[in-house]
Structures are given as C-alpha cells and as structure tokens.
Design a protein around this ligand. Structure first.
Ligand SMILES: O=C(CO)[C@H](O)[C@H](O)COP(=O)(O)O
Length: 224
C-alpha cells in the first residue's frame, strides 16, 4: 500500500460524528478526504472547512458537507493536513502545494491538529526542503533580497512559465536554507518583513503526527 494512503486513511479514524473539521491540502490528506467521503455516505455527520480551492473541489466531489467560514464561531474540533518536513520536535515545513496561509489559519483555529505524512518526510533537522514563503506581488524582488540576507537562496516559484499565484493572489518564494536548526527564531525574524504574508514554518502546532510506511502500517507520535 502507498505510505501516503496509509497515513491519510488512518487520520480519518480520529474523526467522529458531529465534528467540525479542517481539511488540509495535498496528496496525503487526499486519502483522508476520500475515506471521509465514504464514511459520510455511510452516515457520518461532519462539516468541513477546506484550506484551498483544490481541497474544496475534492471535498465537494466526495460529498463532504462544507462549513462556510462566516458560520465558524468557535474553533474547529480537528484539522488534518500534510507536511513537507517534520522534525523530531514536531516542527513542520509546509506549503509545498502553496496553501500555507489558509492551512496555518485553519490549523491555528482548531482544537487539535493532526499531521499526515509518509516516512520520508521525517527529518533530523528542517531545511533540506526549501521553505515556502508567501509574499505580496508588490515589490517581491525587494522582499526576495531581504530573504536572501537572512541566509537562504530565495527562488520565486514558477508554474507554466509564470509566477505561481496562491489562492490569495500572492506569490511564493521558496527559500533554500539547507538547515533550519531553530525554526521558532526564524519564524520571528520572517514575521518582521512587511512584504511577507506568511511562512511555511509550523512551530508548536502539531498535536499528533501520523506516519505511513510502504507496507501499509502507520505509527503515531504525539506533538505539542
Ligand atoms: O503544505 C502543503 C500544501 O501547501 C502540503 O500539506 C504539503 O506540501 C504536503 O503535501 P503532500 O501530502 O502532497 O506530500
């Protein structure tokens, strides 16, 4: 079995009747969405907030009822999402799919945040995966220079020959740090740059990591 499928499907076991949940973005949480769609058809009653246009479409196709944000008066019970890297302290790099802003907003407004990954995403130190940083298009070249001064190689994300545009109308700069030994400190520094909308470091946010393996087994680790 696919390791991503194993992790994604396992996370669906944490969702019970009556829950209001956040749905992340990517090829691992895809399997959570598919499984939840099956459970909804069998009678599970849930409402979901998607973290991207792509996930909204998937959830609709799966028949999962969506909860409009203006009806979200209290935190969600649970959010399930993928990650690009997970450190031994359960710090994450996210945003490989470009949905980092909505993902961080929804995760921060959830009582529990479950992260689903295949085993290759668990690393000793974050930073081999370039850190996605969402920036406003205005003056992105200037913001990119400022990011470079923080010790990374900043590369504007390009898709089909043009800048990749997020669901929020912004650009993404992928920052090659090589190693991020202190993600908490880097987050504080990144948040000082006015051109940055959000960065892909998720520190002290994950409550549970579900790791999938190619033989179809999963292991769970408790986070913050
Ligand atoms: O942060 C994300 C999207 O913005 C994804 O969760 C992350 O890129 C992992 O994706 P996948 O499960 O496809 O490997």
């Amino acid at each position: 079995m696919d390791a991503k499928k194993a992790a994604g499907e396992k996370a669906a076991e944490y969702i019970s009747d009556g829950m209001r949940i956040g749905l992340g973005t990517g090829s691992t949480v895809y399997w959570t969405i598919v499984r939840l769609g099956e459970l909804v058809k069998e009678g599970l009653r849930i409402e979901a907030v998607p973290t991207s246009v792509q996930t909204e479409k998937l959830a609709r196709e799966a028949g999962i009822p969506l909860l409009p944000l203006d009806r979200l008066q209290a935190p969600l019970d649970l959010t399930v999402d993928g990650a690009d890297e997970v450190s031994p302290k359960y710090e994450l790099i996210k945003g490989g799919g470009g949905a980092l802003l909505r993902e961080k907003m929804i995760a921060s407004f959830s009582d529990r945040f479950i992260v689903v990954v295949d085993h290759s995403k668990c690393v000793p130190v974050l930073g081999q995966f370039p850190l996605p940083v969402e920036v406003v298009p205005f003056g992105w070249e200037m913001t990119s220079k400022q990011l470079g001064q923080m010790g990374c190689e900043p590369i504007l994300r390009i898709r089909d020959g043009a800048p990749f545009v997020t669901d929020n109308g912004n650009y993404v700069i992928d920052c090659r740090f090589g190693s991020i030994p202190n993600p908490g400190e880097l987050t504080v520094e990144l948040n000082k740059l006015p051109g940055i909308v959000e960065n892909g470091l998720f520190v002290n946010m994950a409550d549970l990591i579900v790791v999938g393996y190619p033989d179809g087994t999963t292991r769970t680790k408790s986070g913050s």
